[in-house]
Design a protein around this ligand. Structure first.
Ligand code: SF4
Length: 452
């Protein structure tokens, strides 16, 4: 197997899934990309650049597309965001760069920054050209990175560019974390995520797969590396806490999405109920429709205004045919070995604004599958030290507390970033965190060496 295609070749993408999950925003061709690039006003102090968590120089990369310098454009993107390809597909641009575009002030369509970014990144990948950076001269230092998702990948790239050894440890068999296993296939394919990581591997990042980190393993990594980066994201999705959750037909949104992306789920039953109202819940509901379900309901205890999903995701789900049941709470699951229905109770607002059950309002929603998407727990148990059981790093409500500028935790040797520090935000936020932490670790190591 060649070094440059190590992971992409392992993509399980089946023709059936490719057919059912076509690109939500198809790629630009040259005839569309250049006129779109030429619409850009190349603002000085561009608001899109400020709105991007990784502060990509958007006017600069777009100008290079307009002048036909696609490799230069990709380099501008990668300089700020090493996962520029996946971010171009996964970013909720409506609330980030494109939401800040000055064109809104003139009642014009914003520049399609995400699609232009993808155009430049796709051109780089298609050219077969190497990553436009080389690893730095070997510094002799090494860092263990826990979790193989966007935060760790971004941090590892910064470290390698400074000649620091980067060892990524991940429980799964392939890298990318949520990028590979958790983003709807019509936004970011399994294959596109792996293709991007293949390029990153050219910097000499070392990957250790199928490796679960417990307190003991962490001690070992701490002893054998100069610093540790914690980028393991969040833990399992919460359960409902009602009887029957062990029945066949119960699953959660992350397992469901990872299942169809990795080929172990190829179809959904006819009736599916998704409990939750965030962006992941919507991705799962849309996937159920595309996998053949004919009746998909989303269940939420509050109203549409309180949904944590973005408005455009809500609209998208409605277009896909997903139906919404608001102001209801699950109180039971019916069935014997297999799920047959979800018992719901209507809720109403009391005088103080809290939601209370509406007596005698119970309804039964017949369903063959229940997908839970009601928030994730934290995954920080292994941070308890083996010897004294004291926590390795300071936590607040299960989240790792960091200095936002450097990513450093309360334990100087430990840095962190991404969902395990912020409770779950966008891929691009994790990339920005990883980048800051990579620089933070390098600076801290320099200081340690100077003091040695
Ligand atoms: S990384 Fe995301 S937010 Fe930043 S410019 Fe690109 S598409 Fe916009």
């Amino acid at each position: 197997m060649s070094q440059t295609n190590r992971f992409q070749e392992q993509s399980p993408a089946s023709p059936e899934i490719v057919l059912r999950f076509p690109d939500l925003h198809p790629a630009f061709d040259k005839q569309a990309a250049v006129p779109e690039a030429n619409r850009c006003l190349y603002c000085f102090d561009a608001p899109c650049m400020q709105a991007c968590p990784t502060h990509i120089d958007v006017p600069k990369f777009i100008k290079k597309i307009a002048s036909g310098n696609l490799m230069g454009s990709a380099k501008t993107i990668l300089d700020a965001n090493i996962l520029g390809a996946s971010c171009s597909r996964a970013c909720p641009v409506q609330v980030l760069c494109e939401g800040a575009c000055v064109m809104h002030r003139y009642n014009k369509q914003p520049i399609q920054i995400g699609r232009l970014q993808r155009y430049a990144m796709d051109a780089l990948h298609a050219s077969g050209a190497p990553l436009p950076f080389a690893p730095g001269e070997d510094s002799g230092a090494s860092v263990a990175l826990i979790g193989g998702g966007p935060a760790s990948l971004s941090c590892a790239a910064e470290l390698r560019r400074r000649g620091i050894r980067a060892d990524i440890y991940d429980a799964r068999p392939l890298p990318g974390g949520l990028n590979t296993y958790g983003i709807a296939e019509y936004k970011l394919t399994f294959e596109a995520s792996l293709r991007e990581i293949d390029m990153l591997a050219q910097l000499g990042v070392n990957f250790h797969f199928n490796t679960t980190i417990d307190a003991e393993k962490l001690e070992e990594l701490e002893a054998s590396h100069d610093a540790v980066f914690l980028g393991m994201g969040l833990g399992a999705i919460h359960r409902l806490g009602v009887a029957g959750e062990q029945m066949q037909g119960m699953t959660n949104a992350l397992d469901f999405i990872a299942g169809y992306k990795s080929g172990s789920i190829t179809a959904a039953p006819a009736r599916v109920a998704v409990v939750g109202a965030g962006n992941t819940a919507i991705d799962a509901a849309n996937a159920a429709v595309r996998l053949g379900a004919t009746e998909v309901h989303m269940i939420y205890r509050r109203g549409p205004e309180q949904m944590s999903a973005f408005d455009f995701e809500y609209e998208h789900a409605k277009q896909e045919g997903v139906k919404f049941l608001f102001h209801v709470a699950p109180i039971g699951i019916s069935g014997s070995e297999k799920v047959e229905g979800l018992e719901l109770q209507k809720l109403e607002a009391s005088a103080d604004g809290s939601l209370v059950p509406l007596q005698g309002s119970n309804v039964r929603l017949p369903t063959d599958m229940i997908i839970l998407a009601i928030g994730q727990s934290t995954h920080t148990d292994f941070l308890a030290a083996v010897e004294d059981r004291a926590e390795k790093v300071k936590l607040e409500r299960g989240r790792i507390v960091i200095d936002r500028a450097s990513g450093q935790t309360s334990n100087p040797k430990y840095f962190a970033g991404g969902d395990c520090t912020n409770g779950g935000r966008e891929v691009v936020d994790a990339v920005a965190d990883g980048k800051r932490a990579g620089v933070g670790i390098a600076t801290w190591l320099e200081g340690e060496n100077a003091n040695a």
